[in-house]
Unconditional design. Structure first.
Length: 416
């Protein structure tokens, strides 16, 4: 079963909106066991939309159209699908009344244009989920494309996701004949390149290719690390989960403690949980990053029971006045260590992170952009590390955040 994704909207081609919908749909298709070999973007032009749909149907069994189901003049997905099906648009009175009821429930008058959303290709089914005023469509094909199907979902992400889960994916799986389950698990790693991980896992990937027990894929995520996705097919959820547990254990044995979390874990959530389970607290002193580490930590729900707070002394005099740092170069190992110890003392924390460096674009006191010192205070011991990053200003700051958090994570694990 092959399914193609067609994202509709001139704004996508102009770069005014980033097409995250196609990426999400592709991920969900993979998790449902549906192959997807092509994704296409097309503007709000009837002739080009029809041509794209016909081309997609020539090479795929199903097509998911995303966008163009609104009530305005450029929302012409319904008409394009109707032409491909060789049918007329017909008014679905039940949908029309449902749209009227939505407006009445909001205490608003309904523009007549909204009733255009109740016009559906003859023979189409309505997606069982309808979170907004736009109904999703399930459109079976006849003639030269008999047995194939076009789905239409809105471009509004939360509406699309509900329709995909409740209407599109179940229908696709029914048509494909696949009755089992497919489950994926993502191992979050930091500290190794994609090529390095691929080399470490080469033997295991070859074994899985031969046995079909699971598949491994790598997803590079910039300063969020490298993701290793494990996917298993099984007859039931417990069997799939057991297979994932086994393969996760195998991978962890091979690549070690560069795995810092699973699925939705972030580096900051993992660090906070490690400290929480030990009854310990954390404070940060940020010169280079200017509060980014603290922002990441406070973005985790419940962080207040671990995170004491942060100090952002960008000026060297403030480092001395607030944290008691000595009169040493601003970007130096001595300064980073003094900042880590000082922030723990001043804010009464068990553990501390301190960062100081040059984000660029110019030098500072003989240090080049990308020169960074990190210090970590934990379990009565202070450790430091020097980084030299060949990045732009933003990436230097972001990579420093996750490097410093990972530095503390490995120190916590090493201390027991």
């Amino acid at each position: 079963m092959k399914c193609e994704v067609v994202a509709i909207g001139t704004e996508l081609l102009l770069g005014q909106i980033v097409d995250t919908n196609s990426s999400f749909i592709g991920e969900q298709l993979a998790m449902a066991g549906i192959d997807s070999h092509h994704q296409t973007k097309v503007g709000d032009n009837h002739e080009r939309m029809v041509a794209v749909l016909r081309h997609a149907l020539a090479r795929s069994d199903a097509v998911i159209c995303c966008g163009g189901l609104g009530p305005t003049q450029d929302d012409i997905t319904r008409a394009a699908i109707a032409e491909v099906m060789g049918v007329e648009l017909v008014r679905d009175e039940a949908i029309a009344e449902r749209i009227r009821a939505m407006f009445r429930g909001r205490g608003r008058s309904m523009p007549e244009n909204n009733l255009l959303q109740a016009d559906v290709p003859e023979g189409a089914q309505i997606n069982p989920a309808m979170p907004g005023t736009a109904p999703g469509l399930i459109c079976p094909l006849t003639g030269e494309h008999a047995g194939k199907v076009i789905y239409a979902v809105p471009g509004v992400p939360w509406e699309m996701r509900q329709m995909l889960a409740e209407g599109v994916l179940p229908d696709l799986q029914r048509r494909s004949g696949f009755s089992g389950v497919i489950r994926s698990r993502i191992l979050r790693t930091w500290g190794q390149s994609e090529s390095g991980l691929a080399e470490q896992l080469d033997d295991e990937i070859r074994r899985l290719d031969a046995t079909g027990d699971a598949t491994i894929a790598f997803l590079a995520s910039g300063w969020e690390g490298l993701k290793v996705r494990i996917t298993c097919k099984a007859a039931s959820e417990p069997e799939a989960d057991a297979a994932l547990d086994h393969e996760e254990a195998v991978i962890r044995r091979i690549i070690g403690d560069i795995v810092f979390g699973v699925d939705a874990d972030s580096m900051e959530s993992v660090v906070l949980e490690l400290l929480r389970t030990r009854g310990q607290t954390l404070a940060v002193a940020e010169s280079l990053t200017g509060g980014l580490i603290g922002s990441r930590l406070t973005g985790v729900p419940g962080s207040s029971d671990v995170f004491r707070g942060g100090v952002t002394p960008y000026d060297r005099d403030l480092k001395r006045e607030l944290l008691g740092c000595p009169d040493v170069p601003a970007v130096s190992e001595e300064m980073a260590i003094a900042m880590a110890r000082g922030v723990c003392r001043v804010l009464g924390a068990d553990s501390g992170i301190a960062v100081t460096g040059v984000a660029g674009p110019t030098q500072l006191e003989g240090n080049e952009p990308g020169d960074v010192w990190i210090a970590v205070q934990h379990a009565g011991r202070t450790d430091s590390r020097f980084l030299k990053m060949p990045f732009d200003r933003e990436r230097i700051r972001q990579f420093t955040c996750i490097q410093s958090l990972d530095f503390l994570r490995t120190r916590i694990l090493a201390s027991g």
